[in-house]
Design a protein around this ligand. Structure first.
Ligand code: ADE
Length: 605
């Protein structure tokens, strides 16, 4: 029965979606002596017309404006007319404040918006408010608060046009309703056509916009639909973007995308951006500069061309491919994620944001990048570049080191990512940060597609942003590093499986800053017979939470293998270079066994 009802509704759709007014006449607006009435010239006579919309509508009701009025069919009314619509430029705007509720209800009864509706009740009392519509559909209980919107400027529509405590209250009630298991909507009916987007009017009533943002975060859905409007009719037309965060970022989207398409660098990972390639490159790019990543990226994919290869790689192979990039846990996590993909997804990279985010070692940045670059999903990818660009465009003085600030920027971006160009939008922001909106030195504002929008530039504070509060000071560790050599080999040892540089190979080293005499003593203590010692000077390596301040010695010994009591490996330098992953921390000492490691090795080729 339900089915046949629905199909008969469908057949009627075209006609009945449309709300048609009878007895409409054209007039010319003259003045509005108070909120409720206007003086309008109709057929050469000045008439008093009832204004149902008690909002200001100041930008609409200007003397001489072309308006459309409806002759009242009630004889008891003082005014014989109602103001229905007004022409603003080429645009017809319906300003009948009773119509939004009515057309949403009728439109939903026609089968739009919510499927399988069994009940629609208007004027539903929820807590201390009247909510416009209560809807039941299968298991769903839905509250819909409808707001008519008539305020338009440059294609942007905003609400409210005057402060409205009642509107704030409604939104707050819906936020509570969501907690109680209702679905809740604030439904903005844009009483005109061809607008670009809807945004809360922070100028007239900031508290409303803020309530709307809180509500959206709590799960209330905020939607906007525009309408086909003529002098005597109105019908809901289509969905309009809602921007609760930063309209400026919405304005940025198209210029940014065009700029990116013209100015993007050709980079290896942009050639064939499937999920695996994007993932590998993005994790590498979190470690070091674009130029330094290129050789790592090529080699990694040559050695491990698929998720399966990565899942099955041996530890030393993996660490060797990562040697010099640092944060070795990242590549270990990549392997765990690859194993997860093999087990949980049959070896095929998952293609939803949530599934990607659930992989080991993948956070919101990488999940966003893979989602957008590989699958075109409108998810943000906010790295340091993007934090800088967005902070400047918005002139935000928030500390970008805070997780909450990043989350806020992600939310604001997610709202404005064009569904048809998510990858170019996200990559455009990253690219802008990398080649134009530069850190430290001069941002190249004259080359920037956002230069006319950028608030920091307008205020002349672009070089002071972003605000990045200092992290806690790193702990300093003194270490003494030994290059033990005999005629042939050098000593290396494997680090423990957990903690800093887990599983990597290193030159033997001890805590503290040893003198030459101490170093010789130590050598003898571990069973070696030093023949000659040479100081290699000092070196420093900075990890995220600790700094190593190193002192190095090259110690020639008489036969490494025979007498050493330590768990060292004695390996020919060529073999160290070939097979053993040695962290970049030791880079300054590797020349003494004539090998090159990590980034240094790639630079040489
Ligand atoms: N930095 C981080 N991700 C990047 C990318 N995909 N292209 C260029 N630079 C980046």
């Amino acid at each position: 029965m339900r089915k046949s009802k629905r199909s008969s509704l469908k057949r009627k759709k075209q006609e009945s979606d449309l709300m048609k007014y009878e007895r409409i006449q054209k007039g010319t607006f003259q003045e509005r002596p108070n909120r409720f009435i206007a003086h309008i010239e109709i057929d050469g006579k000045k008439e008093t017309v009832h204004v149902k919309n008690t909002g200001r509508c100041a930008e609409l009701l200007t003397p001489g404006a072309e308006v459309y009025v409806q002759k009242s069919d009630s004889l008891e009314r003082k005014t014989g007319w109602d103001l229905i619509s007004v022409k603003k430029g080429e645009r017809m705007i319906n300003m009948d404040s009773q119509i939004p509720n009515r057309i949403v209800k009728e439109w939903m009864e026609e089968g739009h918006f919510v499927k399988d509706i069994s009940l629609i009740r208007p004027e539903y009392t929820y807590r201390n408010s009247r909510i416009d519509l209560y809807v039941e559909a299968e298991e769903r209980k839905i509250l819909v608060e409808v707001k008519g919107v008539t305020l338009e400027e440059g294609g942007v529509v905003r609400f409210p046009d005057a402060p409205s405590e009642r509107a704030v209250k409604h939104v707050e009630e819906l936020t509570e309703a969501v907690k109680e298991g209702y679905e809740a909507y604030v439904f903005f009916v844009i009483q005109m056509k061809d607008v670009r987007y809807f945004t809360p009017n922070m100028d007239t009533h900031r508290a409303f916009g803020e309530a709307l943002r809180r509500a959206a975060r709590a799960g209330v859905r905020i939607v906007a639909y525009d309408c086909d409007v003529e002098a005597d009719r109105i019908a809901i037309a289509g969905n309009v973007p809602v921007i609760l965060g930063e309209p400026l970022l919405y304005e940025l989207a198209r210029p940014l995308i065009s700029w990116y398409r013209e100015n993007r660098r050709d980079l290896p990972w942009r050639e064939q951006p499937d999920a695996y390639h994007v993932w590998v490159s993005e994790i590498m790019l979190q470690q070091t500069r674009v130029e330094a990543v290129k050789p790592y990226y090529e080699r990694f994919l040559k050695a491990l061309p698929t998720v399966r290869h990565l899942a099955e790689a041996g530890e030393d192979t993996l660490l060797k491919l990562w040697e010099g990039l640092g944060y070795y846990n990242r590549v270990r996590n990549m392997q765990k994620a690859a194993q997860q993909i093999m087990v949980d997804h049959n070896g095929t990279f998952p293609d939803t944001y949530e599934q990607i985010l659930s992989l080991k070692g993948i956070g919101s940045y990488t999940a966003g990048a893979v989602s957008a670059f590989a699958f075109g999903l409108p998810k943000p990818a906010v790295d340091g570049n993007v934090l800088r660009v967005v902070s400047r465009i918005l002139a935000s003085e928030e500390d970008i080191m805070k997780q909450s600030v990043r989350a806020d920027i992600e939310r604001k971006l997610e709202e404005v990512i064009p569904a048809d160009a998510a990858s170019d939008f996200d990559q455009g922001l990253i690219e802008l940060g990398a080649i134009v909106c530069l850190p430290n030195g001069e941002p190249k504002c004259m080359e920037c597609p956002a230069r006319s929008l950028c608030r920091a530039r307008k205020l002349g504070i672009e070089k002071e942003l972003p605000v990045k509060k200092k992290q806690k000071a790193r702990r300093v560790e003194e270490r003494t590093v030994f290059i033990f050599r005999d005629g042939e080999n050098a000593a290396v040892r494997k680090r423990p499986g957990r903690g800093l540089l887990a599983g990597m190979y290193e030159f033997p080293n001890v805590e503290g800053k040893l003198t030459e005499a101490d170093a010789l003593n130590y050598s003898r203590e571990i069973g070696l017979s030093p023949l000659h010692i040479r100081s290699l000077g000092e070196a420093k390596h900075i990890f995220s939470h600790v700094e190593w301040h190193m002192t190095g010695y090259l110690i020639r010994v008489d036969e490494l293998e025979n007498s050493c009591t330590e768990d060292f490996l004695f390996v020919h330098p060529d073999e160290v270079q070939e097979k053993y992953p040695v962290p970049a921390a030791f880079e300054q000492y590797t020349a003494y066994i004539n090998i090159r490691l990590g980034q240094d090795k790639y630079r040489a080729e």
